[in-house]
Design a binder for this molecule. Structure first.
Ligand code: FAD
Length: 467
């Protein structure tokens, strides 16, 4: 007899879980998704002549999970990498090009950092003595900010590491655990006393003559929603039931521990095995009665809200082509803007698709900064457009704008988070066999990490014997 697996949440983690299970014999798989569409934060919509990603717009190519998934879906050959590896940073009153040789903001080439003008002379000298400072290697997990401030000084932390790593997480790296948000740096710090020397040793190799560098980021020219479409097709063909507009409102163990009762507005249905792949606040509510400790853990995770604003301009408004992929703004500079992607110059397919337009994507909001969320759309667009005047001398009026709000979208990982996740998974595995958890709040917000968490949860459930 076949067993029924219900996956709650049709974001990339839940869909990756369904993909992992779809061809396993003896299982029937249902995905219950609360909204009218699959993909969760992966979403592409038309914007003028362009396909606009209103959430993530690329994934890290140095981890294998997203590329592997695209290969299995037959779309890996369509992926593209950005035109520019270089970005700018607002520092000391103007945009400055980020220097070469940064490892998540840790300098490896101090001459390049000096030329960039991002640090003051004092900040530069403080950072340059780092290889000489005493100290041990990293044990366990600590706040990224504490480690970087101690080793390289406040300026490297506030002007390089926090804008880069905090920016990706909409977080504050004085509060974020290094093992969750910068695992490569954590590994370096565990094996080298000096972050600078460790980073130098582990710099990605230079490209061989005539060979392009392997891409750091990839996307799909039709938008990342194309991955969701491909998953939808593949899962539908494999007989997975994908049920939209079906919020799960309750989860309980069935009588005598035989599986689970999953409650939606249409009634209660039975599942032999369940994967909960919802955002942490929802996961906390769903686990409240069957796993109160795990529910408490998910509830305790702080979240940051972000607003993404797309603005399209006439090409003629830009006398010079934008030279780079965009810019970052450190916290504490007074701007709502945290990052601005120069989409048309970053991606060749965007430039080719709308040669008469220039598309910018601004992110605003991070943990502890709700100013962007508090403004209405018109007020927010006006404020961000005026910030562009200051940040990049852009005074033209956008032709079209689109505001997308992502409340409570970015989980914030305190030091020790990954250990707590591991411990929670062991307890759940022992006490509630047949239940597995997935999603951004477990192993990281990046798309590859979410895919990994979904596939791992699914493989773990599939490996169980009969419940
Ligand atoms: C603006 C923005 C930019 C980003 N940029 C990048 C980037 O460039 N690169 C990158 O790698 N990552 C990026 N991220 C992070 C990444 O997009 C997310 O971490 C990831 O998509 C989360 O996937 P998930 O499946 O865990 O959660 P989600 O995508 O949130 O999916 C959860 C799903 O569960 C559904 N759900 C909720 N409640 C219920 C319920 N009761 N019953 C059933 N279903 C329910 C939701 O509707 C949703 O579809 C970005 C995120 C945002 C918001």
């Amino acid at each position: 007899m076949s067993e029924r697996v219900v996956i709650i949440g049709g974001g990339i983690a839940g869909l990756a879980a369904a993909h992992e299970l779809a061809d396993r014999p003896g299982l029937t798989v249902t995905v219950l998704e609360s909204s009218e569409r699959l993909g969760g934060k992966l979403h592409t919509e038309p914007f003028g002549d362009l396909a606009l990603d209103t959430g993530p717009d690329a994934f890290l190519a140095r981890r294998p999970e997203a590329i592997t998934l695209c290969r299995e879906l037959g779309i890996d050959g369509e992926l593209v990498s950005p035109n520019h590896g270089t970005a700018h940073l607002w520092s000391r009153g103007r945009l400055r090009r980020l220097p070469a040789g940064l490892m998540l903001g840790i300098p490896t080439d101090f001459i390049a950092v000096a030329r960039s003008g991002i640090l003051s002379i004092g900040g530069l000298l403080r950072a340059a003595v780092e290889p000489l400072l005493p100290g041990g290697t990293l044990q366990g997990d600590v706040a990224l900010g504490a480690l970087v401030r101690r080793r390289l000084g406040d300026e490297v932390h506030e002007r390089l590491v926090d804008p880069l790593v905090g920016g990706i997480n909409a977080g504050d790296t004085d509060q974020l655990g290094i093992r969750s948000v910068a695992p490569q740096l954590a590994d370096l710090a565990a094996s080298h006393r000096s972050l600078v020397i460790g980073s130098r040793r582990h710099r990605p190799p230079k490209a061989a003559p005539g060979q392009p560098l392997p891409p750091v980021f990839l996307t799909h020219p039709a938008g990342l929603g194309r991955i969701v479409e491909a998953l939808d097709d593949r899962l539908t063909r494999a007989g997975v039931e994908l049920r939209l507009a079906s919020p799960v409102i309750g989860l309980a163990r069935a009588h005598e521990g035989q599986g689970f009762s999953v409650e939606t507005h249409r009634g209660v249905e039975h599942a032999d095995r369940v994967i909960v792949a919802t955002p942490a606040p929802v996961t906390a509510r769903l686990l409240a009665s069957i796993a109160p400790d795990a529910a408490g853990f998910f509830e305790s995770i702080e979240h940051a809200s972000v607003v993404l604003v797309a603005l399209s301009y006439a090409r003629g408004d830009f006398p010079e082509p934008l030279d780079g992929s965009g810019f970052l703004v450190p916290r504490g500079e007074g701007f709502l803007t945290t990052a601005c992607s120069w989409v048309s110059s970053k991606w060749a397919h965007v430039e080719a698709g709308a040669p008469n337009r220039v598309l910018l994507r601004i992110s605003a909001g991070r943990v502890g900064d709700e100013r962007a969320m508090a403004l209405d759309d018109a007020g927010l667009v006006a404020r961000l457009a005026s910030e562009l005047g200051q940040l990049m001398n852009l005074t033209a009026t956008p032709i079209e704008t689109r505001v997308t709000r992502w409340p409570e979208a970015f989980p914030q990982f305190a030091p020790g988070h990954l250990d707590r996740v591991r411990a929670m998974k062991v307890v759940i595995g022992e006490s509630i066999p047949g239940l597995a958890l997935a999603g951004a709040a477990l192993g990281g917000v990046g798309i590859p990490a979410c895919i990994q968490s979904g596939r791992q949860a699914a493989a773990g459930l599939a490996a169980l014997g009969n419940p």
